[in-house]
Design a protein around this ligand. Structure first.
Ligand SMILES: Cc1cc2nc3c(=O)[nH]c(=O)nc-3n(C[C@H](O)[C@H](O)[C@H](O)COP(=O)(O)OP(=O)(O)OC[C@H]3O[C@@H](n4cnc5c(N)ncnc54)[C@H](O)[C@@H]3O)c2cc1C
Length: 386
């Protein structure tokens, strides 16, 4: 019987598979995508320093092209308050690294294949049944169906299923992603600009910026339909013309919401990545949180390889991750709600908050540490596994 079956060969499933392999635990990964289909995820990810350390330990970091972020510039349109968070505030060489999701997937898959992890493409999981001694995973392929028997099923299928015990909030927003060129020097600065219509992020990526522009549902189609000249003009106006943006690549839209399972574990099952929690990309936390989950789960399983799905072990994992998971979900959701409040008083309060943050090094350090390391980067610095 297989110790672990992983559903989904996205970045999270692959990172978990590699962690399992490094921990000496056998696993198989299955993915619905057809054999030979390329990694073409257009998302650009901001990875934290903590994520870099995890990917280094997995031996894939050197295979990923990453642009460091030295400074994050947070501002609010039509208001003077702004704050600058520098890498030195957090005592790290860079606040984060900007990478293409497709590149991360490709690097993880190469490492998995080189280490002998079995990845089965063209295999779709359709359901499961947990028994006392094992779990059955039901799969379909073009040539029929199969049951896979494993101690533990790790669901990393990239979305929460509607029948699961999930909490949902529809932000009624979409994120338009693309890359843009600028005439101005990039200087390793990432911009996060809050507008009354939604946050806009520009992340340095090589000689370009990666754009994540969150807009209300009813504006998304209009922005996607604009020709390049008008789109760039609209984007430049969001940044009051300061960034001299010139051209934009093809644009893709992602619907945004918060969906998460109340518990990331069940009987002989664990949910990872977007299957456990799907977050708004405003603070760039989804994959970073998932990597911390994966890393901690792998360490726990490594110490108890007899039965990877022992109930007490999974409960320990859920308890160990609660603070970071709840904190990251709350932090991300809180930002959207805080900056979504309309009205003059709210705008002034937010501007004053940003200004205060700019004047208070300790508060800046707190925000920087939280974005870099999650909850364990806070002043309490707990190690929940101990
Ligand atoms: C616009 C945007 C920007 C973002 N920016 C950031 C950022 O800056 N930093 C950050 O940390 N995070 C960011 N995120 C979040 C990040 O993209 C996700 O957390 C991450 O990609 C989730 O990966 P995953 O492996 O869980 O899911 P996916 O990448 O969706 O992978 C799921 C895999 O499962 C397979 N699959 C699905 N169903 C089945 C099935 N039934 N059987 C078998 N296989 C199946 C799919 O084919 C796919 O390969 C962003 C998200 C968005 C939308």
């Amino acid at each position: 019987m297989l110790p672990v079956a992983i559903v989904g060969a996205g970045p999270v499933g692959l990172a978990f598979a590699l962690s399992m392999q490094r921990a000496g635990i056998d696993c198989a990964v299955l993915d619905a995508r057809a054999v030979g289909s390329p990694h073409n995820d257009p998302r650009i990810l901001a990875l934290s320093h903590g994520s870099r350390q995890i990917l280094e330990r997995l031996g894939v970091w050197s295979d990923i092209d990453a642009t460091p972020i030295a400074t994050i510039h947070v501002s609010q349109k039509n208001f003077l308050g702004r704050t600058l968070i520098h890498a030195r505030d957090a005592g790290v060489p860079a606040l984060g690294y900007v990478v293409e999701a497709a590149t991360v997937c490709a690097a993880l898959e190469r490492a998995c294949t080189a280490s002998g992890v079995h990845i089965r493409r063209g295999t779709r999981a359709t359901g499961s049944l947990a028994q006392a001694e094992y779990a059955l995973l039901y799969c379909t392929m073009t040539a029929g169906s199969e049951e896979i028997r494993a101690q533990l099923i790790a669901w990393a299928e990239g979305a929460t299923r509607s029948e699961d015990a999930i909490v949902c909030r529809d932000y009624a927003q979409q994120a338009i992603v693309a890359t843009v060129l600028t005439r101005a020097p990039l200087e390793a600065i990432a911009y996060e600009r809050f507008t009354t219509r939604g946050p806009v992020a520009l992340l340095p990526l090589g000689d370009r910026y990666a754009l994540v522009w969150s807009v209300p549902d009813d504006e998304a189609a209009g922005l996607l339909a604009l020709d390049e000249h008008d789109f760039i003009a609209r984007l430049n106006s969001v940044f009051s013309g300061r960034l001299a943006l010139t051209t934009v690549s093809a644009r893709t839209a992602f619907p945004l919401g918060l969906r998460y399972r109340k518990s990331p574990v069940g009987k002989r099952a664990v949910w990872l990545g977007n299957a456990a929690q799907t977050l708004h990309p405003v603070a760039g936390q989804g994959f970073n949180l998932a990597l911390r989950d994966v890393s901690q789960l792998a360490r726990l399983l490594q110490d108890h390889p007899q039965d990877c799905a022992e109930a007490v072990l999974l409960a320990r994992y859920a308890a160990a991750r609660r603070l970071d998971r709840d904190g990251t979900i709350g932090f991300t959701d809180g930002l959207i709600r805080l900056f979504g409040v309309r009205g003059e008083w709210a705008t002034h309060a937010r501007g004053a908050g940003l200004l205060a943050l700019d004047l208070l090094p300790a508060a800046r350090r707190f925000v920087a540490q939280r974005m870099i390391f999650g909850a364990r980067g806070g002043p309490w610095r707990v190690n929940p596994l101990q």
